[in-house]
Design a protein around this ligand. Structure first.
Ligand code: GYE
Length: 325
């Protein structure tokens, strides 16, 4: 193991103090040096993402960590460039939230060769060799999808007619889009009355959510009973489309989304969104802790899961004042 004492002693004596940023337990060598963390963010596609960025910046400042922050504007190629630049700058730790799951092997191998530990935040990667990253911290997206499904099963209990669902998926190939779809399907497949009649990506943005919902309404009109949106922003965009089509959101069409951002609470309080499954973006403090733990030579668990809840509109007004994002 990278962090075992034996290995550490061995490497220290073999390589000497010149390997300051070797990605080995950093603390022994660099106790008085400010820890440098390179973070590659996906973009600013949603309220969730903005809150996540703020959390990371604030937590780095509070922890006295030098943060090199890079915004990829939702493009994997930009993230790969950012990671390479962090490697070239010999940062102590790299963290990133991978926009999609696949295609990371090469750059992660480069980081490993440079002995820079990599922490995944928020979204997972799909790699065969899981030694290419130290830990993955973030939500259980499958479970979020299941929570959304269970809420719908409960809500429609006793009704026998078809429940026609349209789905707004997140970014194609992203971990939350893949898993939120899967988790939801896993639950609703138990009853054939649930029918997903349309499913398309809205890329996690309000604008796309609205645009795709308009197309759904055009094609299916009043047949639509339920909208399942993989995030609140797309649901909020879709609410506009529903109102513009002369229908009542949360009444004519039941709306389920994920994240639990302020905008969703406002929509619930206004009676336009039925439920939001929580997905916390406040990963900053956990990330800084993990970076410091690495510095101190500690071994991190391979998976750190965020604790989360679900908020139906009935509790929105009561919960709203204590929401932090
Ligand atoms: O749900 C969505 C954002 O990866 C969990 O990305 C995150 C998702 C979040 O754009 O709003």
């Amino acid at each position: 193991m990278m962090n075992s004492r034996l290995n550490r002693r061995h490497v220290l004596s073999a390589l000497g103090a010149a390997t300051l940023s070797a990605g080995l337990p950093l603390g022994a060598l660099a106790a008085d040096k400010k820890l440098v963390l390179g973070f590659s963010q996906i973009g600013a596609e949603s309220e969730w993402r903005t809150a996540n960025t703020e959390s990371i910046k604030a937590a780095a400042a509070a922890a006295g960590i030098e943060l090199k922050f890079s915004d990829a504007q939702q493009k994997q190629e930009n993230q790969i460039k950012a990671l390479r630049s962090f490697i070239a700058q010999k940062v102590d730790v790299i963290a990133f939230s991978p926009v999609v799951e696949s295609g990371w092997e090469t750059v992660l191998r480069e980081a490993k060769a440079a002995k820079i530990p990599v922490i995944l935040t928020d979204r997972a990667v799909n790699v065969k060799d899981d030694s290419l990253y130290v830990t993955f911290m973030g939500s259980d997206f499958l479970e979020e999808g299941r929570k959304a499904g269970r809420w719908l099963v409960e809500k429609t209990k006793g009704s026998t007619g078809d429940v026609n669902i349209v789905e707004l998926q997140g970014t194609v190939g992203s971990a939350p889009a893949i898993d939120r779809k899967k988790g939801f399907e896993e639950i609703i497949k138990a009853d054939p009355k649930f029918k997903v009649i349309r499913s398309q990506t809205g890329d996690f943005t309000r604008a796309k959510g609205k645009e795709v919902m308009e197309a759904f309404l055009k094609a299916e009109g009043k047949k639509i009973n339920v909208l399942y949106a993989h995030n609140d922003d797309m649901a909020i965009g879709a609410i506009q489309a529903i109102e513009e089509a002369g229908l009542k959101p949360a009444k004519d069409i039941t709306i389920i989304s994920i994240d639990g951002v302020k905008g969703a609470f406002e929509a619930m309080i206004a009676g336009k969104l039925n439920v939001s499954v929580e997905c916390s973006p406040l990963l900053g403090p956990q990330l800084m802790q993990a970076a410091q733990d690495l510095k101190a030579g500690k071994t991190l668990p391979k998976r750190i899961v965020t604790q989360e809840s679900i908020f139906p509109m009935e509790v929105a007004a009561k919960e709203f004042p204590s929401r932090k994002y």
